[in-house]
Design a protein around this ligand. Structure first.
Ligand code: SF4
Length: 67
């Protein structure tokens, strides 16, 4: 939806694939991580007919982006 804009990337490096963190694998680097992110792997939530999101807080993120 943001063609021509720079793609946001979180800081840090991807985890070692032999030691993937529990919960959401992004939680050590995600600025939005909360307690549930450390323990529960997010399912793939259906966001629209053509999109899914594996983030517990996808709805809030979309709201923050003004969608
Ligand atoms: S579930 Fe979403 S908010 Fe939580 S760590 Fe993963 S990407 Fe970040």
């Amino acid at each position: 939806d943001h063609k021509g804009h720079q793609l946001y990337a979180i800081k840090g490096l991807p985890p070692n694939l032999t030691h993937i963190p529990p919960g959401c694998s992004f939680h050590p680097r995600c600025p939005l991580a909360r307690d549930i992110c450390h323990t529960d792997e997010p399912p793939l939530y259906q966001v629209s007919d053509t999109r899914g999101s594996a983030c517990h807080f996808w709805r809030e993120c979309l709201d923050d982006l003004g969608h």
